[in-house]
Design a protein around this ligand. Structure first.
Ligand code: PMP
Length: 399
């Protein structure tokens, strides 16, 4: 009858468990395509040159004081320009309430807590499937969740009809969580035309879109292009929410730097909303960390460093896109009779391969290839050296 005797171990995180198993495998052939972090063509983590240069400029000049409660004003300013557009009227009109957040996760959680506090009867519509942590985030914020149709297993693409139906059938004024680009785990995004239809239907139904934008720039290689969905909604005059993360597109995973923004009706409303977001953050972590925010604001503020960043983020996206082509071509060369078009149609870090949990188990047990049992391949773990081995193993378990 000890104080904590009733505490059972928490279930293992499905993604982190994969890495543990990979690390424990002594095979020299082992491949980790479970990780959600970028790797270079040698399978190594990458620190961007623009980040190293920003750090050089910081070194010795950082006084370690607290940031304001809402975080770095400069970082927020630059983040809004990235998401809403360099010359956005909404920024000039000060209609956006924004705070620095603990990366994308923290931004989502802050929004969920805000939603619970100020719209206590609301729910959140979440796509099937989604990044598993979305469920945890809104669960812990005690916002009830509803599922909306997204993925079409047969085509390994978007179930657009199902999606539109669910948007139409949701009660007016519902909250929807949308992946702004590079949907995780499926890699399936609506086309521009489809986004326009979605936006139109949101308008009809007065739904509120909350964009989780964890991969801006990382999908197509161009942050402007990856912001297209958001820009369409803005053109249509929606109020939106947006979670931004610099984990993937700047490789700042462990720095936990991101931004939560909520577009309000006017400046007065934005001031009120921002003050309430800060109020929610205050008893949780008081104020956000300074280092990563400084790195981001230095890079985005300096034209030279910004263009270096744009080049580097394109480099990461292009390597992944190249590996998609290589994986598909290798499977075709091996004579696979299945269609692998979806590997190159999908975008972003992940390929939703369509492999069954049993096939994934065979990949792991027979070929030392590690990934989540939903068949999600992290393209970031695929390299020139292992792509042939991976294709062969996939072919073996799917024929
Ligand atoms: N949203 C999605 C869809 C993601 O894939 C991720 C990262 N896996 C995140 C949010 C949050 O990542 P972070 O908190 O590291 O920014």
């Amino acid at each position: 009858s000890s104080l904590f005797g009733h505490v059972e171990p928490a279930p293992k995180d499905p993604i982190l468990g994969v890495t543990e198993a990979y690390l424990a495998d002594p095979s020299p052939d082992k491949v980790n395509v479970g990780v959600g972090a970028y790797r270079d063509d040698n399978g190594k983590p990458l620190v961007l040159d623009c980040v190293r240069e920003a750090e050089r400029r910081i070194a010795g000049n950082l006084n370690m004081e607290y940031l304001p409660m809402g975080g770095s004003v400069k970082m927020i300013e630059e983040s809004l320009k990235l998401a809403y557009g360099e010359d956005s009227e909404l920024i000039k009109d000060k209609r956006i309430a924004a705070v620095q957040a603990l990366s994308g996760t923290g931004a989502c959680r802050l929004f969920a807590d805000f939603q619970k506090r100020f719209l206590p009867d609301s729910q959140i519509y979440i796509p099937t499937p989604t990044w598993s942590n979305h469920h945890n985030i809104w669960r812990d914020a005690q916002v009830p969740q509803k599922a909306y149709t997204y993925y079409h297993p047969e085509s390994r693409g978007l179930d657009f009809a199902g999606l539109m139906n669910d948007i139409k059938n949701a009660p007016d004024g519902s909250f929807f969580m949308l992946h702004a680009c590079a949907h995780n785990p499926t890699g399936v995004d609506p086309t521009e035309e489809q986004w326009r239809e979605i936006s139109h239907q949101f308008k009809v139904k007065k739904h509120f879109p909350f964009f989780d934008m964890a991969y801006q720039g990382f999908a197509s290689g161009d942050p402007e292009r990856d912001a297209k969905a958001i820009r369409i909604f803005l053109e249509d005059g929606h109020q939106i929410g947006c979670a931004q993360s610099y984990a993937k597109n700047m490789g700042l995973y462990g720095q936990r730097v991101g931004c939560l923004s909520i577009l309000c009706e006017d400046e007065m409303q934005a001031v009120a909303v921002k003050s309430q977001l800060q109020q929610i953050a205050r008893p949780m972590y008081s104020n956000p960390p300074v280092h990563g925010a400084l790195v981001v604001s230095i890079i985005l503020n300096d034209p030279e460093l910004k263009s270096l960043w744009l080049k580097e983020v394109k480099g990461m996206a292009d390597r992944i896109i190249g590996m998609r082509t290589a994986l598909k071509e290798n499977l075709e060369k091996l004579g696979s009779s299945l269609s692998w078009e979806h590997i190159t149609n999908q975008i972003g870090m992940f390929c939703y391969s369509g492999m069954t949990p049993e096939q994934v188990d065979r990949l792991t047990n027979e070929f030392h290839i590690y990934m989540t049992r939903n068949g999600r391949i992290s393209m970031a773990g695929v390299t020139t050296r292992n792509v042939g081995y991976l294709a062969n193993a996939i072919h073996e378990v799917t024929k």
